[in-house]
Ligand binder design. Structure first.
Ligand code: ATP
Ligand code: MG
Length: 553
């Protein structure tokens, strides 16, 4: 995690440094507060790295708090997935795992306190009436006819709300602030609503649930959070956040807002991600095209790359969009160092080496990582029949094509130079194989004496090859900002070619041993990860990302 604690400065870090120096705050306690209504995405990672990073940098602590105040949308599945993703990123919240629902009793007591101080009232207006009477940005709201209810009556009604005596929507509890405030959040916001829905932790203990704004700040305060860091949409909520803490006269954390992450060619709203899953536009929350952390993991993206990415994009207050290439570069940087090399042919073209003895197989050696000799070597079988990539042959090539063509030579990586003598075609005239000859004197000699062989291509020996399926992913959306088109739903921007399934790929034999999650560089092709898909007939590999530059420069 040192890549985060030693990170470049961000404005929040400056604020905290000043607060500590002036004595305004004594310690750094942050929190990451997900609502367990979906899986974490890379936007959350930005918040996670920021909150855990600050705690670490200042020797404080970061809490994991589930903001579970809406029983209708929340599930244990999401809690488990969120924790697994945090652990995968390498963050540890220790014993500081909290749930807003653990504070329901305290929050209720806070609400009673507000009523007793004349700062909250039970409103009998319908949801529609409340909305209509809220006013607009240019006109003040209308006060509720129930605003001046007596304290005794408010207490009585609120207790009966809690006891489940009323149907949902019959009453709400509202803070009594200012219906003429220019900030709409201060126009007597609803702080409790009736919901007859069992909660995943408190089951049917409660018939009323606090609203987000009422639960969030008070939860921060109860936990002694000193810095409540949130995204910019909450800037207008800050006066409300502070109003509650002031009226309740409890410890007040400092709220600081930053710009959320927006990433090109994807969406970040959990509602939309859920829709992609439930309507089966993708294969679950962990589909490798999803911006979720579980999707990125299944795609083969290492946690270190996600953290480096969050570091690189920085933390500011200006809303912006981040190019996908920045994330891809972070992924390549980590995988280039970490992955062993392997040979894989995605679209095989058969080659018969006519001067190589039939039935003979020799074992050639190749480094596991060319820049890291300490990682040792592996053996590659070589024989009379091999596969190369269809793209690496052209029957009628331009001059600058340095790979295989009739009458031309090419080097097989870690093996011999071969020459194409004859192109074999099937009944339809399609190329089905090449007949070549190899030069036994060229093994491991590069460049071979006096020969101008520029191209080096990858290959896999036929008999020992593993047949596999490779899933090649493209962007999930066609447009950089799928939400930008106001006339069409974001689904209209889905890329119909975001997944290409390539079957009949041939891999070097060692890849038969790959476990789900193992990543490799397939030479010249990119980075790939073994998938956990067990239902497929052949092993499945997902393409994580292509190589930065093509091989044949
Ligand atoms: P929704 O998509 O429903 O608005 P949310 O993204 O706010 O939900 P939460 O579970 O409330 O989801 O988010 C937990 C934390 O992650 C919040 O503190 C939120 O500010 C932060 N967060 C969410 N999305 C982003 C993002 N794109 N960039 C940075 N931080 C984010
Ligand atoms: Mg939220």
């Amino acid at each position: 995690m040192s890549d985060i604690s030693t990170s470049s400065a961000n404005f929040i870090r400056h604020i905290i440094t000043e607060d500590l120096a002036s004595g305004k705050s004594k310690q750094v306690v942050t929190r990451f507060p997900p609502e367990p209504n979906g899986y974490l995405h890379i936007g959350h990672a930005k918040s996670i790295c920021l909150n855990f990073g600050l705690a670490e940098a200042f020797g404080g602590r970061c809490h994991l708090r589930f903001d579970d105040t809406n029983p209708i949308k929340e599930e244990q599945e999401y809690i488990d997935a969120i924790k697994a993703d945090l652990r995968w990123l390498g963050f540890d919240w220790g014993e500081h795992e909290y749930y807003a629902s653990d504070y329901f009793e305290k929050l209720y007591a806070f609400a009673i306190m507000l009523i007793n101080r004349g700062k909250a009232y039970v409103d009998g207006q319908t949801a529609d009436e409340i909305r209509e009477n809220r006013g607009t940005l240019t006109t003040p709201g209308q006060e509720s006819p129930w605003r001046e209810r007596s304290t005794a009556e408010n207490i009585d009604l609120f207790e009966r709300m809690r006891n489940g005596e009323f149907a949902a929507g019959r009453y709400v509890l509202r803070a009594k602030i200012d219906m003429a405030s220019p900030n709409l959040n201060l126009r007597d916001p609803v702080i409790y609503r009736i919901l007859h829905a069992p909660h995943h932790r408190t089951s049917s203990t409660w018939a009323i649930y606090p609203m987000y704004d009422f639960a969030h700040g008070q939860s921060d305060s109860i936990e002694g959070v000193t810095y409540s860091i949130c995204t910019l949409e909450f800037e207008d909520h800050r006066p409300l956040y502070e109003w509650f803490l002031r009226e309740l006269n409890i410890f007040a954390p400092r709220q600081i807002e930053f710009a959320r992450l927006n990433l090109d060619y994807t969406v970040m709203s959990k509602r939309k991600l859920l829709q992609l899953v439930t309507e089966k536009h993708v294969d679950g929350w962990d589909d490798p095209r999803m911006p979720t952390l579980s999707g990125l993991r299944r795609r083969g993206v290492p946690a270190a790359a996600v953290k480096n990415f969050c570091e690189r994009i920085g933390v500011g207050r200006a809303a912006n969009r981040i190019e996908l290439s920045i994330l891809e570069d972070c992924v390549r940087e980590v995988l280039n160092e970490s992955t062993p090399r392997a040979m894989a042919v995605l679209r095989p073209l058969k080659i018969v080496i006519t001067n190589y003895p039939a039935g003979q197989v020799e074992e050639l050696t190749a480094p596991n990582h060319p820049q890291q000799p300490e990682r040792g070597v592996r053996t590659l079988p070589f024989g009379r029949e091999i596969f190369i990539e269809q793209d690496d042959f052209m029957a009628d090539p331009p001059k600058k094509f340095f790979r295989l063509a009739p009458g031309r030579e090419v080097r097989l990586r870690y093996a011999y130079i071969i020459k194409c003598d004859e192109v074999m075609r099937d009944a339809n005239g399609e190329i089905c194989a090449l007949h070549c000859t190899y030069d036994p004197a060229t093994l491991g000699k590069d460049p071979a004496d006096g020969r101008k062989v520029k191209g080096v291509i990858h290959w896999v020996e036929q008999e020992h090859a593993v047949t596999a399926e490779v899933r090649v992913y493209d962007r999930l959306f066609r447009s950089a900002d799928p939400d930008a088109d106001k006339d069409n739903d974001f689904l209209a921007a889905l890329n119909p070619e975001s997944l290409e399934i390539v079957t009949g790929c041939r891999l070097e034999p060692a890849l038969a041993m790959a476990d789900a999650g193992d990543t490799f560089q397939f030479e010249r092709l990119g980075y790939f990860v073994a998938d956990h898909n067990v239902s497929a007939a052949a092993p499945v590999f997902n393409r994580t990302v292509t190589l930065r530059d093509t091989w044949d420069k």
